[in-house]
Design a protein around this ligand. Structure first.
Ligand code: BGC
Length: 701
């Protein structure tokens, strides 16, 4: 009782705070009511009920329910049919927080750390919390569906939406995605996993033809979608802009009807990315259920196609039943709970925790970090992202924060007034270098603003590389904090002793980064994508692979995506996938493999020990190396399990990771099925894809 009262008054206080910040702001949210699944309606019951309603609809009503509309309040919506009790469906964008729902002006919400930062935590529990905040805030802003998560594979670090993604590995991607979807959906909001399939670059995204082998589709680009459907039970899915193997995604029968709906048993509905529908008849026949944002193809044109006998009414009925049944399961056909204000600081505190857990310590010579506040008197903090927080990337995921914490405020809150902190934006490089020289230490905060709609260079924008170099030359105790949406090149890496990758930390930037700099948080983030040493190390070395030639991009690397490719070609990147340091040290020992008799599965157990002086978390990672396969070999290392373990100094814990048959399988193009690869597997355990001190083998029949 006491707790409830406290929460209530806290929410009230936050709501007040929010309206002070933003004027006459109408933000509603807060504690969700019962998760919609607790409406108790099973899918079968919902389908039966939806069928009854659809049977009463006129053809015109059906057509209006198959596409979105533009209206005064925002264009992410499908109107209802009050006569039949069909409610409107409102959608809000993700995945980096809530808000860009088309309403004008856009209402503020919690600007979460970028999804790539969430992936860098390697912590599904945090992904669940992340999704939960987003679900609650979706309801606050009046939506029933949240367009998230974006689980496209970061095939090229140049991708403009890498910051929205969970990185380059399908297994990590799937684990984070399932937890994030559950987090959203447990609040009673429908998730919308996107963009199916292979929306892996922004260059020519709306027209590009992607040629991808069946095996690469199955092993690299599909697994996180498969997990999102089969384990995460995502209520809906967004089909993507590009074409895959000859057909646009939103009319791609093998992908939508074949794999998604028939094979994986997806029982939700497919909506098109905004403007990703390209036809009426093929889209209607091949698996699209809802055209967004308006009815260019599923409005009058669909009506005509039905009249002409090109699209059976039964197909329209199925599309409608899919959507209505899901909405019923989520409680959307019942009376709606009153939206409550977003508890800004409660959610902000969770956003801060996730942001700090996602920060990756890339370099720390002579243990320069954490800062020793007692021995420092002067620090100069320099750079474009020293004077403002990096709250997120651009495009449809851009959130207007409820409040922000600047780098300066974050640092001052941690360091206290006895330390003299000078802040410069770095636009005058000479002045920055001079100031750095006069200080005991310099912290350079560099970064970028990646955005949907365009890919990016791997170089830091403007003169930020020169800035880092000049400051590092002026003061050998220079720490670089990088706030980028993806991997970047670091031509100055050998000239600076310490580097943190903080991604886009979101509205709590200042606090999250400062907590790691001073050691309140011991960094435990690990890279969810490889950082290349040069552009030549990426697929951009061959324009046919990226960004494409004559309107087509050839995924000729096959399975060799990300670290798989680096390992296959023995190329050493700047920082490998899975890498990240800590302020303490860990060791791994005692790898044992227990093979279950009769089945193609095994359990690996091993010990992780904190051998250093501070408490900290290590992400233990298990990779498999496959035996040779007649149809073509697998890449040399592939992530198949991981666990984040918190350890006090001197403490050891035993970690058990279960490997199921899928872990030992490859996609056979001959059989069009998963097959366990017979032979001896290497089992590799360690703290990155390139550092696996524990090695063993296991043999599958
Ligand atoms: C993006 C989607 C987004 C949609 C609606 C598109 O540009 O690709 O991810 O959900 O816009 O804003």
């Amino acid at each position: 009782m006491k707790n409830q009262t406290r929460r209530f008054s806290l929410q009230k206080a936050c709501a007040l705070e929010v309206s002070l910040f933003t004027g006459a702001l109408l933000v509603f949210a807060g504690e969700p009511t019962l998760p919609a699944q607790q409406t108790g309606m099973t899918h079968t019951q919902a389908v039966a009920r939806a069928k009854q309603i659809v049977a009463k609809m006129t053809l015109d009503e059906k057509i209006t329910e198959l596409h979105g509309i533009h209206d005064a309040t925002g264009y992410r919506m499908v109107p209802g049919v009050p006569r039949l009790g069909i409610p409107a469906l409102h959608m809000t964008n993700g995945p980096a927080g809530v808000g860009p729902g088309g309403a004008s002006p856009q209402p503020p919400a919690t600007a979460m750390p970028a999804p790539i930062a969430l992936a860098a935590t390697w912590d599904p529990d945090l992904a669940h919390e992340y999704g939960k905040i987003e679900g609650e805030e979706s309801r606050s802003l009046g939506s029933e569906l949240f367009e998230s998560p974006d689980i496209n594979i970061a095939r090229v670090p140049q991708g403009g939406r890498v910051f929205e993604s969970f990185g380059e590995d399908p297994y990590l991607d799937g684990r984070i995605a399932v937890a994030a979807i559950e987090g959203v959906q447990n609040t009673g909001i429908m998730a919308n996993v996107k963009h199916y399939l292979a929306n892996n670059q922004e260059s020519d995204r709306k027209s590009i033809e992607e040629e991808i082998s069946e095996r690469a589709l199955r092993e690299i680009y599909m697994p996180a979608f498969e997990a999102s459907i089969k384990e995460g039970h995502s209520a809906s899915l967004m089909c993507a802009y590009p074409r895959v193997n000859g057909a646009f995604n939103c009319e791609n029968a093998p992908l939508l009807k074949g794999v998604l709906k028939q094979e994986w048993g997806f029982d939700g509905f497919v909506l098109s990315d905004w403007g990703a529908t390209h036809s009426t008849v093929p889209s209607a026949l091949n698996g699209l259920d809802l055209e967004m944002p308006t009815g260019v193809y599923f409005g009058d044109a669909l009506r005509k196609a039905v009249d002409a006998g090109q699209v059976p009414v039964a197909d329209l009925d199925e599309m409608l039943v899919r959507r209505f049944a899901k909405m019923m399961e989520f409680g959307d056909f019942g009376s709606q709970p009153k939206p409550e204000p977003i508890p800004a600081f409660e959610h902000g505190a969770i956003a801060r925790r996730i942001a700090s857990q996602g920060i990756v310590l890339l370099k720390n010579d002579n243990s320069l970090l954490p800062l020793d506040a007692k021995s420092i008197k002067t620090i100069t903090v320099i750079g474009p992202y020293a004077v403002r927080p990096n709250t997120g990337g651009g495009g449809s995921s851009h959130v207007i924060p409820l409040y922000t914490i600047t780098p300066y405020d974050g640092l001052m809150a941690k360091l206290g007034l006895q330390i003299h902190v000078t802040v410069l934006d770095g636009s005058d490089i000479q002045a920055a270098a001079d100031a750095a020289k006069r200080s005991q230490m310099a912290i350079v905060m560099v970064g970028d603003q990646d955005s949907e709609g365009r890919d990016q260079s791997l170089e830091l924008p403007a003169a930020q590389n020169q800035l880092v170099e000049a400051v590092a030359k002026a003061n050998p105790k220079t720490i670089v904090v990088v706030k980028t949406g993806s991997a970047i090149l670091m031509p100055w890496i050998d000239d600076v002793p310490a580097v943190l990758e903080a991604w886009y930390p979101g509205e709590e930037d200042g606090n999250a980064v400062a907590s790691v700099l001073v050691g309140d948080v011991n960094p435990s983030g690990k890279l969810p994508l490889t950082f290349p040493r040069s552009v030549d190390q990426t697929l951009a070395a061959n324009p046919e692979q990226y960004p494409g030639v004559d309107g087509a991009v050839h995924y000729s690397e096959g399975l060799d995506v990300g670290y798989r490719g680096y390992a296959a070609h023995s190329v050493t990147p700047l920082f490998p996938f899975g890498y990240g340091l800590s302020y303490t040290q860990f060791s791994f020992s005692d790898l044992k493999i227990l093979q279950q008799s009769g089945g193609a599965s095994a359990t690996a157990s091993f010990t992780v020990t904190n051998t250093g002086q501070r408490a900290g978390a290590e992400v233990a990672q298990l990779y498999l190396g496959f035996p040779s396969i007649a149809e073509g070999n697998e890449p040399p290392v592939q992530l198949k399990g991981f666990r984040k373990v918190m350890l006090n100094p001197g403490e050891s814990k035993t970690v058990e990771l279960k490997l199921d048959a899928r872990a030992f399988s490859y996609w056979s193009v001959k059989a069009h099925a998963w097959q366990v690869a017979p032979g001896e597997f290497q089992v590799l355990v360690g703290d990155s894809s390139a550092d696996t001190p524990l090695k063993s083998t296991v043999t599958m029949q």
